[in-house]
Design a protein around this ligand. Sequence first.
Ligand SMILES: *Cc1c(COP(=O)(O)O)cnc(C)c1O
Length: 223
Amino acid sequence: MTIQENLRKLRQEIPDSVKLVAVSKTKPTNEIMDAYQAGQSVFGENKVQELVTKQIILPKDIEWHFIGHLQTNKVRQIASFIDYIESIDSLKLLIEVNEEAQKNNRMINCLLQFHIASEETKFGLDKESARCLLDSKEFSEMRNIRIAGVMGMATFCTDPEVVRTEFRMLRQYFTLLKQEYFINSPEFRELSMGMSGDYRIAIEEGSTMVRIGTAVFSDRMYN
Ligand SMILES: *Cc1c(COP(=O)(O)O)cnc(C)c1O
């Protein structure tokens, strides 16, 4: 299957209200161009250096989402162009994003990443640390970030009910934060969940944004 065919199939399956983020990590720019020419303009990357290299060459109307663990000292390199940072997992990181966005005189959309999987290795906030962040004086003074919702990754697991339970938990966090902090903030609306193996379940559980790599570009080769 070509990238174009993969995208056409995915678009038939994914409701129009759900944003498709094509995860292009490890993929060469010519493959990203194939997807772009097939009408895909939203892409996700998880490594700063790789993203910067690609962004320079590729069309400037691409909407870039950063989806990996982000070190504070690397925010500066992407602050002039990044559209969404989906992986905010600390107040320290959010402070840095706000500062760098301010230097570039722009707004950066951010999602709070929650830890919902049983694997220890995955990053993310829990309910208490998210509240702590949102209650902070530093957060109340930020003017150059927009909290647009939450993101999470389910356990790599073949049992769909485990995955479904984790997505439900993420939706509960979303609803809770919406009620407690963002009831008058229409921009807080994204529930980013679902990858190639579990996007159908994620959409059933209310996802508004799916991050799909292998089902668009076929298997990744890590070297
Ligand atoms: C790689 C990655 C994806 C996409 O994974 P696929 O299984 O290839 O669809 C989605 N989200 C994050 C955070 C990722 O790192």
